[in-house]
Design a protein around this ligand. Sequence first.
Ligand code: ATP
Ligand code: MG
Length: 396
Amino acid sequence: MKNVLLIKYGEIATRGKNRYLVENRLIRTIIERLEPYEGYRVYKEQGRLLVVNEKTEFDYNVVIPLVVVLPGVTAVCPGVEIEDQSIENLRVTALAHCKEQFGDKPVTFKVETKRSDKKYPLTSREVSSDVGGYIFNNMENASVDVHAPDFVVMVELRNNAYIYSRLIPGVGGLPMGTSGKATLLMSGGIDSPVAGFLTAKRGVEIEAVYFDSPPYTSERAKQKVIDLANRLALYTGEIRLHIVPFTETQLKIYDSAPPEKTTRMLKRAMLKAAEKIALENGSMALVTGDSIGQVASQTMEAINAIDSAAREMPVLRPLCTMDKQEIVDIARKIETFEISIRPYEDCCTVFVPKHPETKPKRKIIENIERKIDGLDALVEEAVKNTETLVLKGDLK
Ligand code: ATP
Ligand code: MG
């Protein structure tokens, strides 16, 4: 008998010929994640993956939190694998598993059996009632409830037999890197890390860009973004964070444009710089945390006036239809919220004009932008002076 983690994955199953590529990608991601820990092996077995440890004790406390956050994983189930599938062995193994999982707690349970080995001498129903009866007779506080049990003890009879009773939901989505790469504009607020997470969940590899405006923005504001990227890396795997020194570009815009237009023009400059970085790193899209109408600066008119700054690739806005509360809920779930609400200013709040236009006109903004002498060169220079950090998600 050995401890295993069963990994269930959903959508991949529908992907025809690409299925193997996508499955292998998920296997590779899990292997990489567990690489620092001794003895873990991952393999494919009839429509799901199994993690085993062939050298040391299987440590669920380490493995579950690392694997359950990977895009593509719909659920994980800690369980045991046995070779000897005789009914006697199924009974004692299931009992040992339940004792380990429930201890002396009063619980209700039922046993469900799946039998892909049709030569097995008992039917699924017979196995379930036999094993269920044995557990019931040998655990004082466990009682059977076939309608709404606290736990369903699963017995799966395949090449080997598997017994498990807990299903821990995962992130879902598609495995990392199966949908290309995108560059996320990440500001340190609540929204952009959520936008990054949702994009990564669809299998998109993420690089991040932060526009830093020292001394108007502090070292601690920058550290906040680094911490956020590190947190995101738990889901996405290693993230490259590009920190772009943007003070001069920003000052140029504030010196040259009417105050009510500067916020949009700054965002346009950010998209232009991010696009240059994205082109270099092989991204196919930019990602921002804009949500329609969330604040006066994110009206449809504003999005329209900003969007045309990116010429070579689409700007994805995964949060555009979400309410603030929906975004906050996700931020809490992925544990970026606490970092995002640290009270350090970002470059937009420092320079924010008293009365930004809520209905800017794209053509007018583009015209003013064109007339600012040396703006493109400053953006170019900022990109050239970018500092890149590689963040690994605080894993071992
Ligand atoms: P967030 O919560 O992500 O900070 P926000 O609600 O504060 O967003 P804005 O300040 O209008 O909204 O920014 C909109 C988007 O522009 C952000 O979600 C982010 O993608 C990008 N952005 C803004 N400032 C920066 C910055 N300093 N560095 C990188 N990206 C930025
Ligand atoms: Mg912000």
